[in-house]
Design a protein around this ligand. Structure first.
Ligand SMILES: [Zn+2]
Ligand SMILES: [Zn+2]
Length: 228
């Protein structure tokens, strides 16, 4: 029997806000997604350079996914797309387009200069599924932290069985939840979405937030002080 290939995964912690940017690649085809290219394009590009997900299988970046449009999740997208050949599709929920398009203005609030972002290629829809090699992603619209905040479910099927991971952006963190004092935020809506669209998932699912350490659905359900 051939060895069971696992998801190829790498995390880059980037920028002054320490955003978790993640590379997720199909172990069979090398097709890949980068989630939240938030800053430090050079560090991310260096991390992508020459990667082989398996011997002789080079990385092919297909998508640049964004959990939402805050600067710390989008600021390196333009450069990463350009420097990886320009073919990766930029994906975001349409309701965060006003944030995304105003990257420059978001930067000015912190005294950081940015170029205008590259155009969005694909708008996420609630319950949309996207296949990347053998990886299957499902978009869960969870507005509240921002109008277009999404969580991204990843389903992996391998000989070892199926596994699921949830990329929760700035909606749910280990022991905390997203802030709701910024443009377009809605606290009531965020709590409702966490309860109905995240905590209803299988308790064993690994949750990878946009900042800080990973957790599990069941752990947050039982011990997150904002949710109990
Ligand atoms: Zn945010
Ligand atoms: Zn953030």
């Amino acid at each position: 029997m051939s060895p069971v290939l696992e998801l190829y995964e790498r995390k880059f912690v980037v920028g002054p806000f320490q955003c978790n940017c993640r590379l997720l690649a199909c172990p069979t085809t090398g097709e890949a997604v980068l989630v939240d290219a938030g800053d430090e394009a050079g560090k991310i590009l260096k991390g992508l350079q020459g990667v082989e997900v398996a011997p002789g299988v080079p990385l092919q970046l297909k998508y640049l996914f964004h959990t939402h449009g805050h600067l710390d999740h989008i600021a390196a997208t333009r450069e990463v797309k350009k420097e990886t050949g320009g073919t990766a599709k930029i994906a975001l929920h349409k309701e965060d387009e006003p944030l995304y398009a105003n990257l420059k203005m978001q930067g000015q609030m912190f005294g950081i200069r940015y170029d205008d972002p590259a155009p969005v290629d694909l708008y996420f829809e609630h319950e949309q599924t996207l296949k990347v090699g053998k990886l299957k992603f499902t978009i869960v619209h969870t507005p509240g932290h921002s109008p277009g905040s999404v969580c991204i479910r990843l389903h992996e099927d391998s000989q070892a069985g199926s596994k699921e991971t949830l990329f929760s952006g700035d909606t749910l963190f280990q022991g905390s939840v997203g802030r709701t004092d910024l443009w377009g935020a809605n606290q009531e809506q965020m709590f409702k979405n966490i309860k109905t669209r995240i905590l209803t998932l299988d308790e064993d699912i690994r949750v990878c937030p946009g900042h800080g350490p990973d957790t599990r659905v069941g752990v947050e359900k039982r011990s997150n002080p904002f949710l109990t």
